[in-house]
Design a protein around this ligand. Structure first.
Ligand code: NAD
Length: 274
């Protein structure tokens, strides 16, 4: 006879639901990471992956929001900006970034969104002992992830941020927006020149697809440079492999995700038990 488990069943009629929406979806890690944390916190809750097609985005989101036992949604590529009109309010970080990656149902049934990508990366960098305050960083890619990193670095007191995007207008728009919010940080819109930087961040998707190389044709990198790639491609992206071959310290994409788990749990109103 087997001993009865002390754990509640994984799912029953009273289970509260959370979701992650994206396209594609099979690569996401939040369902296992956050469901395990919900259970560790003693909550009868599950986070499920929902594959949302771009052509049916609005009706899919409205359907999810209409479910009375669905309390929160994680939002991933490519919907972090597109979700904004579906929200009733966006918290200050999400407003500065212009995109959100988590949304929750309030007690009055309205929906609030915020962005935790930048805070997540900062949290992991602090744990690893990497400083941002007073340093110069180049950010490649000024979409959702790049904007989140730029806001977080500027908020943390970076001295200067060089923004680069193959669609130059995106880098220029971001610089213009952040200049007014962070007057103590110097913003430049230039190709990334790692010899003038302390930190290099790839926030473009380059390195995700098989056979892709570096996001920019760099020469040898100074070993004092800290190189961060937000692309999640274990074990190493081409940029991180190259950086390690130059003797640089590197930070992988999962640092951004791992660092925001506590923040997202708090946003959903779920704390650790005991
Ligand atoms: P996005 O489409 O919003 O933005 C990507 C930007 O990169 C675009 O502005 C595009 O023009 C630019 N770009 C593309 N190729 C470039 C190049 N060679 N040089 C310069 N700019 C280039 O996408 P996103 O949501 O910002 O995501 C970007 C990457 O970050 C994706 O791979 C995504 O999976 C990853 N990401 C990881 C995490 C994490 O937790 N680690 C979180 C968010 C996003």
């Amino acid at each position: 006879m087997t001993a009865p488990s002390s754990l509640p069943p994984l799912v029953d009629g009273a289970t509260r639901l959370y979701g992650i929406i994206g396209d594609p979806i099979a690569q996401v890690r939040s369902p296992e990471v956050l469901t395990a944390r919900f259970r560790a916190a003693g909550r009868n809750a599950l986070l499920l992956p929902f594959h949302v097609a771009p052509a049916r985005f609005e009706e899919s989101v409205r359907g999810l929001k209409a479910l009375l036992n669905l309390d929160g949604i994680i939002v991933t590529v490519p919907y972090k900006a597109r979700i904004l009109p579906e929200l009733d309010r966006v918290l200050p970080t999400g407003q500065k970034v212009g995109a959100v990656n988590a949304m929750r149902r309030e007690t009055d049934g309205s929906w609030t969104g915020d962005n935790f990508d930048g805070k997540g990366l900062l949290q992991s960098l602090a744990k690893m002992g990497h400083e941002v305050r007073g340093l110069k960083a180049a950010i490649i890619g000024c979409g959702g992830a790049g904007s989140a990193v730029a806001v977080a670095f500027a908020e943390k007191g970076a001295a200067a941020l060089t923004l680069y995007d193959i669609e130059e207008g995106r880098a220029r728009d971001l610089a213009r927006r952040l200049e007014t919010l962070f007057p103590d940080c110097v913003f430049g819109v230039l190709p990334p020149d790692p010899s003038r930087q302390d930190i290099l961040v790839n926030a473009s998707p380059v390195g995700m697809a098989p056979g892709e190389g570096l996001p920019y044709p760099f020469g040898p990198l100074d070993p004092r440079l800290l190189v961060i790639d937000v692309v999640m491609k274990p074990p190493l992206t081409p940029l991180l492999r190259f950086a390690e071959s130059c003797g640089c310290r590197t930070v992988q994409g999962r640092a951004m995700l791992d660092g925001q788990v506590e923040e997202v749990m708090g946003f959903f109103g779920i704390g650790e038990a005991g």
